[in-house]
Design a protein around this ligand. Structure first.
Ligand code: TMP
Length: 242
């Protein structure tokens, strides 16, 4: 392990994670930081141990999805902050699935937060800090030359499957999956599509089924204390392990 740490090179540092080389060129090490950001990085803080919780929660969910036969980049958890993952070429796109109106769609369309969405809405955001990650449609994504129509329709099948599985899984644990964000990459060898990045309270909206209390990063967005954020993330992990 010591040797591995000495030899690893930082490939990329994002807002909440770092990606390192591993001793296998087809695999990378993903390190979860304690940083938290919102409003496109305008609001920032450090929440001690948040990275440990998100590593644990993402590990749990990706293991679950792997068992359901959904291809993910996740190979194994290495330690409390790190995962070994397949190296993929990431699409510079964020795919959001919405089951209930909340967040940006509520403001954009003027629809009350909490309104149910009978047929889940799929959205694409173009990952570009300079443009502040704009909402785009399929045609824009293909025009930008970052994905093909065939890959998009493949991803829509995958995200519909993931949403159906996770909605039920969380509901059985008294959590409503309001909306969530996914990112995908293509495998180096055969261009297969892998769910990548993370699925955690940083990237989902979770509401308690009974109280409708928020169990996710909205706690930070609305300005509650650091300790409250950790309590909420721990509550999600506790319910996953039920
Ligand atoms: P939004 O309502 O702000 O568009 O967010 C929808 C969902 O996607 C919410 O669960 C948070 C997640 N999300 C991210 O994780 N990262 C992002 O950059 C965006 C835009 C949304």
């Amino acid at each position: 392990m010591k040797l591995l740490k000495k030899e690893r090179k930082l490939l990329l540092e994002g807002k909440t994670k770092k990606i390192y080389t591993s001793d296998n060129p087809c695999e990378v090490i993903i390190h979860y930081k304690d940083d938290i950001t919102s409003f496109n990085g305008l609001k920032k803080n450090v929440i001690p141990d948040k990275g440990i919780l998100n590593n644990e929660i993402t590990t749990f969910i990706f293991n679950l999805l792997n068992r359901y036969g959904i291809k993910t980049h996740f190979i194994r958890k290495m330690n409390n902050r790190e995962q070994l993952c397949h190296k993929v070429n990431m699409f510079p796109l964020e795919f959001v699935v919405r089951n209930i109106v909340a967040g940006s769609i509520s403001k954009r369309l003027g629809i009350k937060e909490g309104t149910p969405i009978l047929n889940p809405i799929f959205e694409i955001f173009y990952k570009n800090d300079h443009l502040k990650d704009p909402l785009i449609n399929d045609h824009h994504a293909v025009f930008l030359n970052v994905i093909s129509h065939k890959e998009l329709s493949n991803i829509y099948c995958i995200i519909s499957n993931i949403n159906n599985k996770l909605k039920k899984f969380f509901f059985d644990r008294n959590i409503i999956l309001v909306d969530f964000k996914m990112e995908f990459g293509k495998g180096k060898k055969d261009n297969q599509i892998f769910l990548s990045d993370e699925i955690s309270p940083d990237t989902c909206r979770f509401w308690d089924k009974e109280t409708m209390n928020k169990l996710d990063k909205d706690i930070f967005r609305i300005g509650l204390k650091k300790e409250k954020i950790i309590d909420v993330y721990m509550e999600v992990l506790k319910r996953l392990n039920k």
